[in-house]
Design a protein around this ligand. Structure first.
Ligand code: 5AD
Length: 350
Protein backbone atom coordinates (compact mmCIF):
# COMPACT_ATOMS: atom_id res chain seq x y z
CA UNK A 1 0.00 0.00 0.00
CA UNK A 2 1.44 3.38 -0.98
CA UNK A 3 1.55 6.49 1.18
CA UNK A 4 -1.17 8.01 -1.04
CA UNK A 5 -3.45 5.02 -0.56
CA UNK A 6 -2.96 5.23 3.20
CA UNK A 7 -3.82 8.92 3.01
CA UNK A 8 -6.96 8.23 0.99
CA UNK A 9 -8.22 5.72 3.56
CA UNK A 10 -7.49 8.12 6.42
CA UNK A 11 -9.73 10.75 4.84
CA UNK A 12 -12.43 8.30 3.67
CA UNK A 13 -15.83 9.08 5.16
CA UNK A 14 -18.10 6.79 3.13
CA UNK A 15 -19.44 4.14 5.51
CA UNK A 16 -19.75 1.43 2.84
CA UNK A 17 -16.16 1.95 1.68
CA UNK A 18 -14.95 1.85 5.27
CA UNK A 19 -16.66 -1.54 5.64
CA UNK A 20 -14.29 -2.66 2.90
CA UNK A 21 -11.32 -1.46 4.94
CA UNK A 22 -12.49 -3.37 8.03
CA UNK A 23 -12.99 -6.51 5.92
CA UNK A 24 -9.52 -6.24 4.37
CA UNK A 25 -7.89 -5.71 7.77
CA UNK A 26 -9.78 -8.59 9.36
CA UNK A 27 -8.81 -10.94 6.50
CA UNK A 28 -5.13 -9.92 6.78
CA UNK A 29 -5.25 -10.47 10.54
CA UNK A 30 -6.75 -13.94 10.09
CA UNK A 31 -4.30 -14.94 7.39
CA UNK A 32 -1.13 -13.72 9.10
CA UNK A 33 -1.69 -14.07 12.86
CA UNK A 34 -4.77 -16.31 13.05
CA UNK A 35 -7.76 -16.24 15.39
CA UNK A 36 -5.90 -16.32 18.71
CA UNK A 37 -6.15 -13.23 20.88
CA UNK A 38 -3.11 -13.00 23.14
CA UNK A 39 -3.58 -11.67 26.65
CA UNK A 40 -0.75 -9.63 28.17
CA UNK A 41 -1.10 -8.78 31.85
CA UNK A 42 -0.22 -5.11 32.34
CA UNK A 43 1.56 -4.13 35.57
CA UNK A 44 1.98 -0.37 35.98
CA UNK A 45 5.01 -0.63 38.27
CA UNK A 46 5.60 3.10 38.91
CA UNK A 47 4.03 6.44 38.04
CA UNK A 48 7.17 8.45 38.83
CA UNK A 49 8.41 10.15 35.68
CA UNK A 50 11.39 12.37 34.85
CA UNK A 51 9.92 13.63 31.56
CA UNK A 52 7.64 16.55 30.78
CA UNK A 53 5.59 15.26 27.83
CA UNK A 54 2.97 17.92 27.23
CA UNK A 55 0.01 15.54 26.99
CA UNK A 56 0.65 13.02 29.76
CA UNK A 57 -1.02 13.06 33.18
CA UNK A 58 1.99 11.56 34.98
CA UNK A 59 4.50 14.10 33.60
CA UNK A 60 7.08 15.23 36.18
CA UNK A 61 5.70 18.76 36.77
CA UNK A 62 2.18 17.49 37.57
CA UNK A 63 2.13 17.83 41.35
CA UNK A 64 -1.52 16.85 41.68
CA UNK A 65 -0.79 13.14 41.38
CA UNK A 66 0.35 10.95 44.27
CA UNK A 67 3.42 9.00 43.18
CA UNK A 68 3.96 5.28 43.83
CA UNK A 69 6.48 2.61 42.98
CA UNK A 70 5.55 -1.05 43.50
CA UNK A 71 7.77 -3.24 45.65
CA UNK A 72 9.21 -6.47 44.25
CA UNK A 73 6.69 -8.37 46.41
CA UNK A 74 3.77 -6.37 45.03
CA UNK A 75 4.94 -6.99 41.47
CA UNK A 76 5.37 -10.67 42.24
CA UNK A 77 1.73 -10.81 43.41
CA UNK A 78 0.67 -9.48 39.99
CA UNK A 79 2.90 -12.01 38.23
CA UNK A 80 1.19 -14.83 40.15
CA UNK A 81 -2.17 -13.50 39.05
CA UNK A 82 -1.02 -13.55 35.41
CA UNK A 83 -0.02 -17.21 35.78
CA UNK A 84 -3.30 -18.06 37.51
CA UNK A 85 -5.33 -16.43 34.72
CA UNK A 86 -3.33 -18.24 32.03
CA UNK A 87 -1.82 -15.10 30.48
CA UNK A 88 1.30 -15.69 28.38
CA UNK A 89 3.05 -12.39 29.05
CA UNK A 90 3.49 -9.72 31.70
CA UNK A 91 4.13 -6.15 30.62
CA UNK A 92 5.91 -4.00 33.20
CA UNK A 93 5.25 -0.36 32.39
CA UNK A 94 6.17 2.88 34.17
CA UNK A 95 6.99 6.50 33.65
CA UNK A 96 10.67 7.16 32.95
CA UNK A 97 11.55 6.42 36.55
CA UNK A 98 15.27 6.42 37.35
CA UNK A 99 14.33 5.23 40.83
CA UNK A 100 13.77 1.86 39.18
CA UNK A 101 17.33 0.59 39.53
CA UNK A 102 18.65 -1.51 36.70
CA UNK A 103 20.00 -4.37 38.85
CA UNK A 104 16.92 -4.48 41.03
CA UNK A 105 14.73 -4.94 37.96
CA UNK A 106 17.15 -7.43 36.38
CA UNK A 107 16.82 -9.66 39.46
CA UNK A 108 13.03 -9.51 39.21
CA UNK A 109 13.10 -10.34 35.48
CA UNK A 110 15.41 -13.28 36.19
CA UNK A 111 13.02 -14.57 38.84
CA UNK A 112 10.02 -14.34 36.50
CA UNK A 113 11.92 -16.14 33.76
CA UNK A 114 13.13 -18.95 36.06
CA UNK A 115 9.95 -19.54 38.05
CA UNK A 116 7.30 -19.04 35.34
CA UNK A 117 6.81 -19.62 31.62
CA UNK A 118 5.83 -15.99 31.06
CA UNK A 119 7.25 -13.76 28.38
CA UNK A 120 8.42 -10.43 29.84
CA UNK A 121 7.74 -7.13 28.10
CA UNK A 122 9.17 -3.86 29.38
CA UNK A 123 7.85 -0.35 28.73
CA UNK A 124 9.97 1.98 30.86
CA UNK A 125 10.91 4.85 28.58
CA UNK A 126 14.28 5.82 27.12
CA UNK A 127 16.64 3.97 29.45
CA UNK A 128 20.40 3.70 28.81
CA UNK A 129 21.63 1.13 26.31
CA UNK A 130 23.61 -0.72 28.99
CA UNK A 131 20.48 -1.04 31.13
CA UNK A 132 18.49 -2.33 28.17
CA UNK A 133 21.29 -4.85 27.59
CA UNK A 134 21.30 -5.91 31.25
CA UNK A 135 17.53 -6.55 31.20
CA UNK A 136 17.78 -8.43 27.93
CA UNK A 137 20.51 -10.62 29.43
CA UNK A 138 18.25 -11.22 32.44
CA UNK A 139 15.65 -12.64 30.06
CA UNK A 140 13.37 -9.77 29.02
CA UNK A 141 11.80 -10.62 25.66
CA UNK A 142 10.17 -7.44 24.38
CA UNK A 143 10.25 -3.66 24.80
CA UNK A 144 7.59 -1.07 23.99
CA UNK A 145 8.59 2.50 23.15
CA UNK A 146 6.14 4.55 21.12
CA UNK A 147 7.60 7.26 18.87
CA UNK A 148 4.24 9.10 19.23
CA UNK A 149 4.58 11.03 15.92
CA UNK A 150 7.01 10.82 12.98
CA UNK A 151 6.79 14.60 12.48
CA UNK A 152 10.09 15.72 14.02
CA UNK A 153 8.88 19.28 14.47
CA UNK A 154 5.68 18.25 16.27
CA UNK A 155 7.64 15.67 18.28
CA UNK A 156 9.95 18.39 19.55
CA UNK A 157 7.07 20.67 20.51
CA UNK A 158 5.23 18.09 22.62
CA UNK A 159 8.31 16.48 24.21
CA UNK A 160 10.65 18.85 26.07
CA UNK A 161 14.12 17.28 26.24
CA UNK A 162 16.02 16.72 29.47
CA UNK A 163 18.56 19.41 28.43
CA UNK A 164 16.02 22.23 28.05
CA UNK A 165 16.02 21.78 24.25
CA UNK A 166 13.10 20.22 22.36
CA UNK A 167 13.17 16.42 22.57
CA UNK A 168 14.48 14.64 19.49
CA UNK A 169 12.61 12.09 17.43
CA UNK A 170 15.98 10.74 16.28
CA UNK A 171 16.92 9.81 19.87
CA UNK A 172 13.70 7.84 20.17
CA UNK A 173 14.23 6.07 16.85
CA UNK A 174 17.87 5.34 17.76
CA UNK A 175 16.68 3.68 20.98
CA UNK A 176 14.32 1.49 18.95
CA UNK A 177 17.26 0.39 16.81
CA UNK A 178 19.29 -0.43 19.94
CA UNK A 179 16.40 -2.57 21.21
CA UNK A 180 16.32 -4.55 17.98
CA UNK A 181 20.10 -4.99 17.97
CA UNK A 182 19.90 -6.37 21.51
CA UNK A 183 17.45 -8.99 20.29
CA UNK A 184 14.29 -7.61 21.84
CA UNK A 185 11.03 -7.85 19.97
CA UNK A 186 10.45 -4.13 19.51
CA UNK A 187 7.14 -2.35 19.81
CA UNK A 188 6.24 1.23 19.06
CA UNK A 189 3.22 3.28 18.11
CA UNK A 190 1.62 6.69 17.99
CA UNK A 191 -1.20 8.81 19.33
CA UNK A 192 -3.93 9.73 16.88
CA UNK A 193 -5.25 13.28 16.73
CA UNK A 194 -2.54 15.17 18.61
CA UNK A 195 -3.27 18.90 18.06
CA UNK A 196 -1.12 19.90 15.09
CA UNK A 197 -1.07 16.39 13.56
CA UNK A 198 -1.94 16.40 9.86
CA UNK A 199 -3.25 13.54 7.75
CA UNK A 200 0.05 13.53 5.85
CA UNK A 201 2.02 13.13 9.04
CA UNK A 202 -0.25 10.32 10.26
CA UNK A 203 0.18 8.55 6.90
CA UNK A 204 3.94 8.95 7.35
CA UNK A 205 3.64 7.40 10.84
CA UNK A 206 2.03 4.29 9.36
CA UNK A 207 4.66 4.11 6.60
CA UNK A 208 7.36 4.35 9.29
CA UNK A 209 5.86 1.35 11.13
CA UNK A 210 6.64 -0.68 8.03
CA UNK A 211 10.13 0.77 7.61
CA UNK A 212 11.06 0.00 11.23
CA UNK A 213 9.84 -3.61 10.84
CA UNK A 214 8.17 -3.50 14.25
CA UNK A 215 7.04 -6.63 16.06
CA UNK A 216 4.30 -4.81 18.00
CA UNK A 217 2.42 -1.60 17.30
CA UNK A 218 0.07 0.20 19.68
CA UNK A 219 -2.11 3.03 18.42
CA UNK A 220 -4.82 4.97 20.21
CA UNK A 221 -6.61 8.31 20.08
CA UNK A 222 -5.08 11.23 21.96
CA UNK A 223 -7.22 12.06 25.02
CA UNK A 224 -6.89 15.54 26.52
CA UNK A 225 -5.80 15.61 30.16
CA UNK A 226 -6.80 18.95 31.75
CA UNK A 227 -3.78 18.95 34.08
CA UNK A 228 -1.36 19.09 31.12
CA UNK A 229 -0.27 22.01 28.89
CA UNK A 230 -1.57 20.42 25.69
CA UNK A 231 -4.79 19.37 27.45
CA UNK A 232 -5.24 23.06 28.40
CA UNK A 233 -4.72 24.16 24.80
CA UNK A 234 -1.13 25.39 25.15
CA UNK A 235 2.05 24.48 23.22
CA UNK A 236 0.35 23.20 20.05
CA UNK A 237 -2.82 24.25 18.23
CA UNK A 238 -5.17 22.21 16.06
CA UNK A 239 -4.70 22.69 12.31
CA UNK A 240 -7.49 24.10 10.15
CA UNK A 241 -10.63 22.01 9.56
CA UNK A 242 -9.93 19.30 7.03
CA UNK A 243 -6.23 19.25 7.88
CA UNK A 244 -6.26 18.33 11.57
CA UNK A 245 -6.63 14.61 12.33
CA UNK A 246 -9.57 14.21 14.73
CA UNK A 247 -8.88 12.23 17.91
CA UNK A 248 -11.93 10.04 17.41
CA UNK A 249 -12.82 6.42 17.90
CA UNK A 250 -13.39 6.05 14.13
CA UNK A 251 -9.94 7.43 13.33
CA UNK A 252 -8.56 4.93 15.86
CA UNK A 253 -10.06 2.03 13.92
CA UNK A 254 -8.85 3.39 10.60
CA UNK A 255 -5.26 3.61 11.83
CA UNK A 256 -5.49 0.16 13.43
CA UNK A 257 -6.87 -1.39 10.21
CA UNK A 258 -4.26 0.32 8.03
CA UNK A 259 -1.50 -0.75 10.40
CA UNK A 260 -2.63 -4.37 10.02
CA UNK A 261 -2.55 -4.06 6.23
CA UNK A 262 0.89 -2.44 6.21
CA UNK A 263 2.44 -4.71 8.90
CA UNK A 264 0.40 -7.89 8.54
CA UNK A 265 2.48 -10.03 10.92
CA UNK A 266 2.76 -7.58 13.81
CA UNK A 267 1.04 -8.03 17.15
CA UNK A 268 -1.48 -5.22 17.53
CA UNK A 269 -3.38 -4.53 20.75
CA UNK A 270 -6.93 -3.33 20.91
CA UNK A 271 -5.88 -0.46 23.15
CA UNK A 272 -7.29 0.93 26.38
CA UNK A 273 -7.60 4.35 24.71
CA UNK A 274 -10.14 2.84 22.28
CA UNK A 275 -11.99 1.14 25.14
CA UNK A 276 -12.05 4.49 26.93
CA UNK A 277 -13.89 6.14 24.03
CA UNK A 278 -16.30 3.20 23.63
CA UNK A 279 -16.52 1.30 26.87
CA UNK A 280 -19.29 -1.02 25.58
CA UNK A 281 -17.64 -2.40 22.47
CA UNK A 282 -14.38 -0.58 21.69
CA UNK A 283 -12.25 -3.62 22.52
CA UNK A 284 -14.35 -5.95 20.34
CA UNK A 285 -14.42 -3.53 17.42
CA UNK A 286 -10.65 -3.25 17.66
CA UNK A 287 -10.38 -7.05 17.48
CA UNK A 288 -12.64 -7.07 14.41
CA UNK A 289 -10.62 -4.38 12.64
CA UNK A 290 -7.08 -5.71 12.87
CA UNK A 291 -6.10 -6.23 16.52
CA UNK A 292 -4.99 -9.57 17.99
CA UNK A 293 -3.87 -8.62 21.50
CA UNK A 294 -5.60 -7.39 24.68
CA UNK A 295 -3.72 -6.10 27.70
CA UNK A 296 -5.77 -6.70 30.87
CA UNK A 297 -4.67 -4.49 33.75
CA UNK A 298 -3.15 -6.36 36.71
CA UNK A 299 -1.99 -3.29 38.65
CA UNK A 300 -3.21 -3.52 42.28
CA UNK A 301 -6.48 -1.54 42.51
CA UNK A 302 -5.13 0.88 45.14
CA UNK A 303 -2.53 2.15 42.62
CA UNK A 304 -4.49 1.88 39.41
CA UNK A 305 -6.22 5.26 39.68
CA UNK A 306 -2.84 6.92 40.16
CA UNK A 307 -1.56 5.79 36.75
CA UNK A 308 -3.70 8.37 35.04
CA UNK A 309 -1.90 9.19 31.80
CA UNK A 310 -5.26 10.42 30.49
CA UNK A 311 -8.60 10.92 32.27
CA UNK A 312 -11.16 8.13 32.79
CA UNK A 313 -8.93 5.32 31.57
CA UNK A 314 -11.30 2.42 30.88
CA UNK A 315 -9.43 0.05 33.16
CA UNK A 316 -10.22 2.15 36.20
CA UNK A 317 -13.85 1.17 36.01
CA UNK A 318 -13.47 -2.57 36.07
CA UNK A 319 -12.14 -4.95 38.70
CA UNK A 320 -9.50 -7.33 37.52
CA UNK A 321 -11.60 -10.40 38.44
CA UNK A 322 -14.61 -9.10 36.51
CA UNK A 323 -12.41 -8.29 33.56
CA UNK A 324 -10.82 -11.73 33.63
CA UNK A 325 -14.25 -13.41 33.68
CA UNK A 326 -15.64 -11.20 30.94
CA UNK A 327 -12.67 -11.16 28.61
CA UNK A 328 -12.88 -14.77 27.43
CA UNK A 329 -16.58 -14.44 26.77
CA UNK A 330 -16.00 -11.21 24.85
CA UNK A 331 -13.21 -12.74 22.76
CA UNK A 332 -15.37 -15.75 21.92
CA UNK A 333 -18.36 -13.50 21.17
CA UNK A 334 -16.46 -12.17 18.14
CA UNK A 335 -15.54 -15.66 16.92
CA UNK A 336 -11.99 -15.71 18.26
CA UNK A 337 -10.03 -17.93 20.62
CA UNK A 338 -7.90 -17.09 23.65
CA UNK A 339 -4.21 -17.46 22.79
CA UNK A 340 -2.05 -19.85 24.77
CA UNK A 341 1.70 -19.47 25.35
CA UNK A 342 3.75 -16.31 25.04
CA UNK A 343 2.36 -15.29 21.63
CA UNK A 344 5.54 -13.67 20.35
CA UNK A 345 6.20 -12.74 16.77
CA UNK A 346 8.52 -15.72 16.30
CA UNK A 347 6.04 -18.27 17.62
CA UNK A 348 3.53 -16.86 15.13
CA UNK A 349 6.01 -17.09 12.27
CA UNK A 350 7.27 -20.53 13.30
N1 5AD B 1 -3.89 10.45 25.47
C1 5AD B 1 -3.69 9.28 24.81
N2 5AD B 1 -2.61 8.53 24.95
C2 5AD B 1 -1.67 8.94 25.82
N3 5AD B 1 -0.49 8.42 26.17
C3 5AD B 1 0.08 9.21 27.09
N4 5AD B 1 -0.71 10.26 27.35
C4 5AD B 1 -1.81 10.13 26.56
C5 5AD B 1 -2.98 10.90 26.35
N5 5AD B 1 -3.19 12.06 27.01
C6 5AD B 1 0.04 7.22 25.52
C7 5AD B 1 1.39 7.50 24.88
C8 5AD B 1 2.33 6.61 25.65
C9 5AD B 1 1.42 5.52 26.11
C10 5AD B 1 1.92 4.72 27.27
O1 5AD B 1 0.25 6.19 26.46
O2 5AD B 1 1.35 7.11 23.51
O3 5AD B 1 3.39 6.10 24.84
Amino acid sequence: MTRDEILRWLTETDVARLEELWTLADAARKQHVGDAVHLRGLIEISNHCARQCGYCGIRAPHTGVKRYRLSADEIWGCVERAVEYGYGTVVMQSGEDWGIRAHWLAALIRRIKTETELAVTLSLGERHADELALWRAAGADRYLLRFETSDAELYGRIHPGTDGQPGRLDDRLARLRVLKELGYEAGSGVMIGIPGQSYQSLAADIALFRELDLDMIGVGPYLAHPATPIGRGEWVQPLADGEQVPATELMGYKVLALTRLVCPEANLPSTTALATLNYESGRELGLMRGANVIMPNLTPPEYRCLYEIYPAKACLQESEEDFHQAIRRRIESVGRTVGTGPGGRLTVKG
